[in-house]
Structures are given as structure tokens and as C-alpha cells.
Design a protein around this ligand. Structure first.
Ligand SMILES: *Cc1c(COP(=O)(O)O)cnc(C)c1O
Length: 320
């Protein structure tokens, strides 16, 4: 058994999106509510942290250190877990600090995480330095990689896939945002272990297609080793669509805005401007283009991120 602590509210619900399906005149659309994992406004990182935090505890850590962008959902969840476990937390964030504490940035502060702002070019070196500094000060820091996406984090999504099957949900397609790759690696691993024949399509929010595939594939293989059942994957099994990231990471364009408004107004569902907004824009575009068959069932895996809606950079555009 791989050590795991309970942080998430599981299973997360699966709901039909009847009005959106009808409006688009497309396939049957469903949503898996991993925006409702329960920890500090939820999201896909909660599942990964059940394993990563268990590992930190097993190592006797008293501090969690991680890194991400200014509005990082991952860092928000790490900070919440640290608080919950009575550990300290340091976050190395790249980008421009907001003038007022807003969105995820506000939440880091509420969880009492120490924020270290760096230039994007220095993120790796500063992260390592912060870790070494803490160690030399006698702390027992535990380093959580970007997005919690190492093999240990990824297995969480192999279990999440099993959870979905246990809910008697057998979609033809699963569509979701893919970035640091742990979610996709875990889902394709879970699918392969179950002999699932549907397709799992990651919408890349930043990387080009080949780069993301090259990242996800070895991650899925190393995660399979952790589960004691080594599997090999081919590139064809890592479906990535990178047609929707032209504006660059964390830039909300017209199509993301349209997707956020459609989900809000048709389904009362909140997406986020960086990840699920972009993946939903991709989904909507594919539906309109007739990519899916009419009788197919398409599950949109909602990975969370909604606190970023409340960052001014996005809220001002969304409200206008
Ligand atoms: C981190 C994140 C993702 C991407 O998941 P990866 O496992 O890093 O690919 C998607 N959506 C949201 C809201 C996230 O915070």
C-alpha cells in the first residue's frame, strides 16, 4: 500500500450538462466535479497531495516547499495542506506580485505561507536555494514539484479514474486541461489498467503538443512502477491538443471568456481563466467543428482553479 492521507471529499460528483449539450447541439456532455475536492476551494492538486503529503509526513518533514505562478492553484493547496498538518510552508512564485492580495495570492497569506517572488528565469535555482537554506537552518523541508506532478502525484489520477468507473460512468471521451502532466499521466495509466477503450484528450494550456507528450509518457510509466505493475505507453496513447494555447500561459482571450460565460450561464458552473476556461474553449470549439459523434458521451473533467477568477486581471475583463 502506498501511504495516503485523506484530504479530499471523494468521490467527486459527476453531473450531466443538459443545457450546454442542448445549446451546442452536440454530444452528451458531462462534468466530473474535481473543483469540489473540498480542500481550500478544491481542485485537482488535492488528490495528488494526499500522496505527496503522506510522503512528507513519512519523512518527518516540518515544512512544505513548492513553486508556481503568481496565481497558482497548486501553491494554494500546498499552503492549505501545510496548515492542516501543522507544517510551515514556503512558496517560490514567479511573475509580478499583485498590488493587492487577490485570488490565490490572498489565500497563501491566509494559510500563513511565506511567499518568495522570483523572476521566471530564476525559478529553478531559487527553489533549490530556498530548500537548501531551510535545511541548513535545521528545518526538515519537503520539496513538492511544480503542479505536484511526479510519479507519486500522478498515481492519484489513476485512482481517480477508477473512482469514475466505480460511478458507472463510461465516457467515449474525457477532456481536461493539461499542464504539468500529472493529471493526464494518471488518467491514461488508470485507463490502461482498466482496459478502458474511450479516449483521453488533454488540452494543453501552455506546452506545444510534442513537449507535453514527451513529459506525460515517462510520468505515466514511472507511476505504473509505483503501483507495482510496470506498463509501457506509446506516444499515440498520449492525446494532446495544443491548438488553444496560442496566447500563452495564463492569458485569458475571447474564447476562454466565452467558455467561462457559457458554463456560468447555461449550467451555473464556475470555470477558471487559466486552465478549465481554456480547456472548455477547446471542448466547445471541437463540438462545434463536429469532432465528436452525436451519440458519444464526453466527460469534461473539471480540475478546479476558480479562485483565480477573483484576480483583477481577469475579473475586470469578465465583468465588462
Ligand atoms: C494544475 C492545474 C491543472 C493542470 O494539471 P496538471 O496535472 O498540472 O497537468 C489543470 N487545472 C487546474 C485548475 C490546475 O490548477
Amino acid at each position: 500500500m502506498i501511504p495516503r492521507i485523506q484530504l479530499a471529499h471523494l468521490p467527486t460528483p459527476i453531473e450531466p450538462m443538459l443545457r450546454l449539450s442542448h445549446l451546442l447541439g452536440g454530444p452528451q456532455l458531462l462534468v466530473k466535479r474535481d473543483d469540489q475536492t473540498g480542500l481550500a476551494l478544491g481542485g485537482n492538486k488535492t488528490r495528488k497531495l494526499e500522496f505527496l503529503a503522506a510522503d512528507a509526513l513519512a519523512e518527518g518533514a516540518n515544512m512544505l516547499i513548492s513553486a508556481g505562478a503568481v496565481q497558482s492553484n497548486h501553491c494554494r493547496q500546498v499552503a492549505a495542506v501545510a496548515a492542516r498538518l501543522g507544517m510551515r510552508c514556503k512558496l517560490v512564485l514567479f511573475g509580478t506580485p499583485p498590488e493587492i492580495a487577490e485570488g490565490n495570492f490572498l489565500l497563501y497569506k491566509l494559510f500563513n505561507a511565506e511567499v518568495i517572488m522570483v523572476d521566471r528565469s530564476q525559478r529553478d535555482s531559487r527553489l533549490q536555494e530556498v530548500f537548501e537554506e531551510a535545511r541548513s537552518q535545521g528545518e526538515k523541508p519537503y520539496l513538492i514539484p511544480y503542479g505536484g506532478s511526479n510519479a507519486l502525484g500522478a498515481i492519484a489520477y489513476a485512482f481517480a479514474f477508477e473512482e469514475m468507473l466505480g460511478q458507472q460512468c463510461f465516457p467515449d471521451w474525457i477532456v481536461f486541461p493539461s499542464s504539468s502532466g500529472g493529471t493526464q499521466a494518471g488518467l491514461i495509466l488508470g485507463a490502461k489498467r482498466a482496459g478502458f477503450t474511450g479516449r483521453i484528450l488533454g488540452i494543453s494550456v501552455d506546452e506545444p503538443q510534442a513537449a507535453l507528450q514527451d513529459h506525460v509518457l515517462p510520468l505515466a510509466e514511472s507511476a505504473s512502477l509505483l503501483l507495482g505493475d510496470p506498463l509501457r505507453f506509446s506516444r499515440e496513447e498520449v492525446l494532446v491538443n495544443a491548438d488553444f494555447n496560442q496566447l500563452g500561459y495564463a492569458v485569458m482571450g475571447e474564447s476562454e471568456k466565452e467558455a467561462i460565460l457559457l458554463f456560468a450561464r447555461q449550467e451555473g458552473l464556475l470555470l477558471d481563466p487559466v486552465y478549465t476556461g481554456r480547456a472548455a474553449a477547446g471542448l466547445i470549439t471541437l463540438v462545434r467543428a463536429g469532432f465528436f459523434k452525436q451519440d458519444e458521451k464526453v466527460l469534461f473533467w473539471h480540475t478546479g482553479g476558480t479562485p483565480a477568477l477573483f484576480a483583477q486581471k481577469y475579473s475586470q475583463v469578465l465583468a465588462s
